[in-house]
Design a protein around this ligand. Structure first.
Ligand code: AMP
Length: 283
């Protein structure tokens, strides 16, 4: 396994590999890897000759008030997991390597990135689409794997790839949970034992709302979501959003809707957690 810290080294390696006829699978991450991330690496491993994992806590997707400086890091453990899951290349640039100090070019998706996390984190997706575009140009992948844990991010990246004609297949990986239902996230590390127990209410509420929507129909969604928010609040969470949207366009569902994204974001203490359920509806 090779670790590249420099953009040019990675790009040279990737261009040479492509010229030699190898296929490349990319797994972009912010490190502090867990079983959610390694499930993405396993998918890339199965589908490509060369697996590149990027580990980069991307400053442009954090607002000044957010947790960039305290975002958890454990590079040695990340390398161990990548080795175990047979990654070939780790790309771990310093922020100064990734962005020039006077960088002034952004990639901006303007529709799917508006609701949900885009509403509460207005510059988040611009940071994501910009860094993912850069990673695509550096790692030259045939395919890239993204987790459904961040379903909106996956949809935004898919739209960007379609709109900008990146010749890259985007693969969706299932959301990986702990045995008790908590969605795995590097940010779970911030939670006290008590907060972690309370945070289980997010997934419980999603399941309850999903069952109610399937039983009573989408017309009943406003009432169901209000009750869901009350449940998370009663568990000690501060709800950022709990919404159900058409997964095709992230707009309000209508008669044409086939599949919905039921998505939640809530704070437990100072930690903001997100989770979702994606499921088919009758319309
Ligand atoms: P992050 O390091 O949080 O930026 O995540 C990197 C990639 O791993 C993204 O595509 C995430 O959606 C994915 N990911 C993170 N947590 C999970 C999880 N619990 N299940 C599936 N994929 C995940």
């Amino acid at each position: 396994m090779t670790v590249f810290k420099s953009k040019r080294e990675l790009q040279q390696f990737a261009l040479n590999a492509r010229r030699a006829g190898k296929t490349i699978g990319l797994v972009p991450t912010m490190g502090y890897l867990h079983a959610g991330h390694t499930s993405l690496i396993d998918i890339a491993r199965e589908k490509s000759d060369i697996v590149i994992v990027s580990i980069f806590v991307n400053p442009t997707q954090f607002a000044p008030t957010e947790d960039l400086d305290r975002y958890p890091r454990d590079f040695a453990h990340d390398l161990e997991l990548c080795r175990e899951h047979r990654a070939d290349v780790i790309f771990a640039p310093e922020p100064g390597e990734m962005y020039d100090a006077d960088a002034s070019t952004w990639v901006n998706e303007t529709m799917l990135s508006r609701p949900l996390c885009g509403a509460s984190r207005p510059t988040f997706f611009r940071g994501v689409t910009t860094v993912v575009s850069k990673l695509f140009l550096l790692a030259q992948p045939d395919l890239a794997v993204f987790g459904l844990k961040d379903a909106q991010q996956l949809f935004v990246v898919r739209r960007m790839v379609r709109d900008l004609d990146f010749p890259i297949e985007i693969i969706a990986a299932p959301l990986v949970r702990d045995d008790d239902g908590l969605a795995l996230s590097s940010r779970n590390r911030y939670l006290s034992e008590d907060e972690r127990t309370r945070a289980l209410s997010i997934h419980k509420t999603l399941l309850k709302c999903k069952a109610a929507i399937l039983a009573d129909g989408l017309a009943a969604a406003p009432r169901i979501l209000e009750a869901g928010k009350a449940d998370i609040t009663a568990a000690g969470g501060k709800v950022d959003y709990l919404e159900v949207l058409d997964s095709a366009d992230l707009e309000a569902p209508d008669g044409e809707t086939k599949e919905v994204l039921l998505a939640a974001a809530a704070f437990f203490g100072t930690t903001r957690l997100i989770d979702n359920e994606l499921f088919e509806v009758k319309g």
